[in-house]
Design a protein around this ligand. Structure first.
Ligand SMILES: O=C(O)CCC(=O)C(=O)O
Ligand SMILES: [Fe+2]
Ligand SMILES: [Zn+2]
Length: 673
């Protein structure tokens, strides 16, 4: 709760400097309102009284500085001008190797390279001996997962679409995938379920060539660019993460005030997170215990109006408390205690609270989806085109996807945490701080994905389901470098492909955010890797990757580039799987109808209605009557829904539909290179 006290000074070393400057100015003007400012006619009495005033004001400032000192964000990255980022380059190298690309890379120092090769050899040896223990067996499934990074069988790359389909037709006879090594697929062991013993470490990224690290991790600098930089796109897309300053000159920040948000979405219910505010270097649970990297919050569904009105109230309470503290020197202990109590009392009630918490249980309005409302979209339009929502490759997605090609808003009081994550499918993200205060960011390059994956296992964190707040010390010990920086009002953070990140507000702040999909081969490589990693964790991707690659091919996007090379490899896997799926379903005795014949009330399916973790339904889907919950009620009703082959069960009660003819897919495949 002390974090709330320091609200107006949620301090960076810079704002601290500003504070100091102000106090020396204050010395020149004896009273706060300046009414007695130095005139030659002032009596000596008044002068000495003024001197006393000065002294007491200075003493108070000193006192405030002492109180606030522990809350200044420690250990921040150096803010530097643009320079090439070797971690990002190394990630690109690994990806290029995985997809057999020959791309020009920055030269690295020779000894680093040799060192890494040595490490890799050692690690390879190790992973061979441990491999057996690491994974569970895959489920017995008739149709292989759609996987992009487990390697092709001999002589597959370069085949025509017709040849791929022909080869894939042998699956139904001998049960092995003749196109890609799907038999190597294993689920990752769920480390959160292990109560005792050492957790098995998953090695998904290590197996795909991401290096191990044996040196200590370090604090990386952060590149700061200007929104008017002539080469902004080239620079921003070649570093792990960067800050882009002066965005307030391009955005109408007034479009995102609390009042406007309440007017637009006040009556909508959103997921709000109840959290314990604490320094970014600490990770205590609500009850004061600590559980490694595992963070805790309580989820509540609340009206946005209620949450934002509360934020305004908390802001006022914090401001008043701070002013009360300032009104006496030395600061009275009881005014601090009074302020602490009023801040606790100002919070919304929390059903999960015991009532004895010695801190305010704050409310974080997270992931507020914004539709394409004119004023808000208009407010962003002067930003550089590549940073705007729903441009470039995102346009190919067509469907509206919250937070991906749609803007999302985060409304924060001091201490709100967005826990650690890769962006959906590891793609890039834009985040602008509308202010008034700072947010602190932590970022890790995907170069460290292998080491990070193992560290998370050791900490019993599941990548897709645990709330994770990593410790800086442990990262360094595990050889993982990271950057840590403040994002001030008006600054954008450009999170590049594959960057793992977590964020905390150090004051009151509203952030707006969306994903960017650029025509960049690292993005496709990241989507491919993420597709396979999510499958290994029994999840589905958020972006419909299979649909995306076919739309790219249909639009003949970036032909003859590294981008199209990777997409074509992904298409090979998809085409083969479509053939295998059809063969399995036909052999099982299903009649397949054209999707145009599907009853109108069944919308085009995306995920399986059963909530299963398998792929998005790209081609075949199975329609049957299922029991579903009525909206806003506990009652159920029977409705037509679409399921995947794995979940549909009895064919007497369901009908199979097909979206694409194989000939159509073959043609698109042939025409894309
Ligand atoms: O502002 C936040 O807390 C969310 C940040 C984030 O994860 C993003 O913009 O990608
Ligand atoms: Fe994010
Ligand atoms: Zn399913």
């Amino acid at each position: 709760m002390k974090r709330l006290v320091n609200k107006p000074n949620t301090a960076t070393s810079n704002s601290n400097e500003k504070r100091k400057k102000r106090s020396s100015q204050d010395l020149a003007t004896p009273t706060a309102d300046g009414s007695n400012s130095s005139s030659s006619s002032v009596s000596s009495d008044v002068e000495s009284e003024a001197l006393e005033n000065d002294k007491s004001q200075n003493a108070q400032k000193e006192e405030f500085n002492c109180i606030l000192e522990p809350f200044l964000e420690p250990g921040l990255s150096e803010r530097i001008e643009f320079r090439p980022d070797l971690s990002f380059e190394e990630m690109r190298k690994v990806m290029a190797k995985l997809f057999g690309l020959e791309v020009e890379m920055l030269e690295e120092e020779a000894d680093v390279l040799i060192n890494n090769q040595l490490k890799q050899k050692r690690k390879n040896r190790k992973s061979l001996t441990h491999q057996k223990k690491v994974y569970e067996k895959a489920s017995t499934t008739n149709i292989p997962y759609l996987l992009f990074t487990c390697g092709f069988k001999e002589g597959i790359l370069g085949l025509s679409g017709k040849e791929v389909v022909e080869k894939a037709s042998t699956f139904i006879r001998d049960g092995t995938n003749p196109i890609y090594n799907s038999e190597k697929f294993r689920y990752v062991v769920n480390v959160t379920e292990l109560k005792k013993g050492k957790p098995t470490l998953s090695t998904f990224y290590e197996k795909r060539g991401f290096p191990s690290s044996r040196e200590f991790g370090t604090l990386e600098p952060v590149v700061v660019l200007d929104i008017d930089d002539e080469n902004l796109e080239a620079k921003a897309t070649s570093v792990t993460v960067c800050l882009i300053k002066n965005c307030h000159k391009k955005i109408n920040m007034d479009a995102f005030t609390m009042e406007k948000l309440i007017k637009l979405y006040g009556d909508k219910t959103f997921t709000t997170l109840r959290q314990r505010p604490q320094p970014s270097t600490q990770n205590l649970r609500m009850d004061g215990t600590q559980q490694g990297f595992l963070a805790e919050d309580k989820v509540e569904e609340r009206l946005l109006r209620e949450v934002l009105k509360n934020h305004q109230e908390v802001y006022e309470v914090a401001r008043k408390g701070f002013n009360d503290c300032k009104s006496s020197s030395p600061i009275q202990r009881f005014t601090i205690l009074k302020m602490q109590k009023s801040l606790r009392d100002a919070q919304l009630e929390c059903s999960a609270a015991t009532g004895d918490e010695p801190y305010p249980i704050i409310t974080f309005a997270s992931n507020i989806d914004v539709d394409d409302v004119e004023e808000q979209m208009d407010a962003l339009k002067l930003l550089p085109e590549f940073t705007l929502p729903n441009k470039r490759l995102a346009q190919i997605l067509k469907d509206k996807l919250g937070g991906i090609n749609q803007v999302q808003i985060y409304c924060k009081v001091p201490g709100c945490r967005t826990v650690a994550h890769y962006e959906n499918q590891g793609i890039g993200s834009i985040n602008i701080n509308i202010g008034p205060d700072d947010c602190v960011w932590f970022c890790i390059s995907m170069k460290y994905a292998a080491e990070l994956e193992k560290l998370l296992c050791r900490k019993r964190c599941a990548q897709y389901t645990s709330q994770i707040w990593p410790s800086e010390e442990e990262l360094k010990k595990a050889g993982i470098s990271y950057s840590k920086f403040l994002q001030k009002k008006g600054e954008m953070v450009f999170v590049n492909t594959g960057t793992y990140h977590w964020v905390q507000s150090n004051g009151f702040a509203t952030n707006i955010s969306w994903n960017v999909l650029l025509d960049d081969w690292t993005l496709m490589a990241s989507a491919a890797l993420s597709n396979d990693d999510t499958a290994a964790h029994r999840h589905h991707t958020v972006i419909p990757v299979e649909k995306l690659i076919w739309n790219i091919a249909k639009a003949k996007r970036n032909m003859g580039t590294e981008f199209s090379n990777i997409v074509k490899q992904m298409l090979t896997c998809s085409l083969a799987r479509c053939k295998i799926e059809i063969d399995v379903v036909v052999k099982d005795g299903w009649e397949i109808l054209d999707a145009a014949q599907c009853p109108a009330e069944v919308q085009f399916p995306s995920y399986c209605f059963n909530g299963c973790h398998r792929v998005w339904m790209f081609n075949l889907f199975f329609v049957k009557e299922i029991e579903v919950k009525k909206e806003g009620s506990e009652e159920t009703e029977r409705k037509l829904g679409s399921l995947c082959y794995q979940c549909v069960g009895n064919k007497e009660e369901a009908q199979c539909y097909r979206v694409h003819k194989l000939e159509e897919l073959i043609k698109i495949y042939e025409n894309y290179n």
